[in-house]
Design a protein around this ligand. Structure first.
Ligand SMILES: [Zn+2]
Length: 392
């Protein structure tokens, strides 16, 4: 009798474990990274021809967070390599999310809770990543590094300018070649240790977001409790990142942190995924004057595709946000920052950038300007601002 109970219990536990490890991550991914159902987009021949001639670039995808085969066309989430290639993407920034508070919102969050721990366990990430944010960043970088190694040269992680330049030359013979940059969503993987900046650099990280949804050792988040500027550790960290030739991303940082970083450096800065405040007055979009100051220092603003920052997530609404950004900061400072796979809802996925080209045409943007915002600005920015060499 005892034996039967033990066998039944073991069977129940095995089923529960299978559900936890195989079903839950898939369900969570599908529920959190949504493409709103829509009628098929009808693309005009003019938009199709123009789009086919573009090198599309996007400053923010969280694809590496999810248990989804990036080498296959998936029916959930927003991005994988085949979909991005179908969308005409030549350059993609992949960002590593390492901590996200429960009840996450744009107004006020503490860093006391974390939903990524359960996701890391459920997705069978390495055991050290269950408790270490640095290990989570390292794991996601190594996922992309493995994809690069298996790609036969068709996926390149750009670690310096020359490498990116060479990859773009190779892409002229092979439109499926994709150049990528590794980014962090918040600098909390430093775990308070400046030496980890060098570790992240060695793993390939070049674009460093200082914050995500909560205040960290570097300073205040846009959605934290303190609204503080850079701490002493934050200043030392930013100085070291700049010394290594890393690029700073101010998305999710408090106004005070944005101001402090602007005061610290003349180097061009990025806001990788955002809307424009005067176009969509929400907490997630920092004031226009800060956007203008970032642009005036040579910075780059990536326009997001989701409703919380655009106030209208249709392709037309996203295009209107891009037009508003161009009017605010000048066409050469505007890029795309989809936030694909960043637990957002969009109306098109990584294979459908074409519809955005079409909507920009409809709004009267010139083909030359569409070329800039859809990709060339971002490509030029990284060619100019990645480290001159991978070592040093
Ligand atoms: Zn984000």
């Amino acid at each position: 009798m005892v034996r039967i109970i033990v066998i039944v219990l073991a069977a129940v536990m095995a089923v529960a474990a299978a559900a936890f490890f195989w079903v839950v991550p898939v369900r969570v991914d599908a529920a959190m990274n949504v493409v709103r159902p829509h009628d098929p987009y009808v693309i005009s021949p003019q938009a199709r021809d123009l789009h086919a001639s573009l090198r599309v670039a996007d400053l923010h995808s969280d694809m590496l967070l999810w248990m989804r085969d990036p080498e296959n066309w998936n029916d959930r989430g927003h991005t994988d390599l085949p979909r991005l290639r179908a969308g005409g993407v030549a350059f993609q920034v992949f960002s590593a999310v390492t901590k996200s508070p429960s009840g996450q919102n744009y107004d006020s969050n503490s860093g006391d809770s974390d939903r990524i721990t359960a996701l890391a366990v459920a997705q069978r990430w390495p055991v050290d990543s269950w408790s270490s944010l640095y290990a989570r960043a390292r794991y996601q970088a190594r996922r992309l590094t493995r994809l690069e190694a298996r790609s036969d040269g068709r996926l390149v992680i750009a670690r310096d300018r020359e490498q990116m330049r060479q990859a773009l030359i190779a892409r002229e013979q092979d439109a499926e070649l994709m150049v990528t940059v590794l980014a962090t969503e918040g600098a909390h993987p430093l775990e308070g240790d400046l030496a980890n900046i060098d570790g992240l650099f060695d793993e390939g990280y070049r674009l460093i977001g200082l914050h995500h949804f909560f205040d960290n050792a570097l300073g205040g988040s846009l959605h934290g409790l303190s609204n503080a500027g850079l701490t002493e550790f934050g200043r030392a960290a930013v100085a070291r990142m700049l010394e290594r030739g890393m690029i700073i991303d101010l998305a999710h940082s408090s106004y005070a942190v944005v101001e402090d970083v602007l005061a610290m450096t003349d180097r061009p800065l990025v806001v990788s995924h955002t809307g424009i405040y005067s176009h969509c007055e929400v907490r997630r979009n920092i004031p226009d004057r800060l956007m203008q100051e970032i642009a005036s220092e040579g910075g780059l603003i990536g326009v997001g595709f989701w409703g919380d920052v655009t106030c209208d997530d249709t392709p037309r609404g996203v295009a209107q946000t891009i037009v508003a950004a161009v009017e605010l900061v000048g066409v050469e400072h505007v890029a795309l920052g989809s936030d694909f796979d960043g637990t957002v809802t969009t109306t098109f996925d990584g294979s459908q950038f074409e519809v955005l080209t079409q909507e920009l045409l409809v709004l009267g943007m010139s083909e030359a300007d569409i070329r800039l915002v859809m990709g060339e600005n971002a490509i030029r920015f990284f060619l100019e601002n990645l480290p001159a060499a991978s070592s040093g």
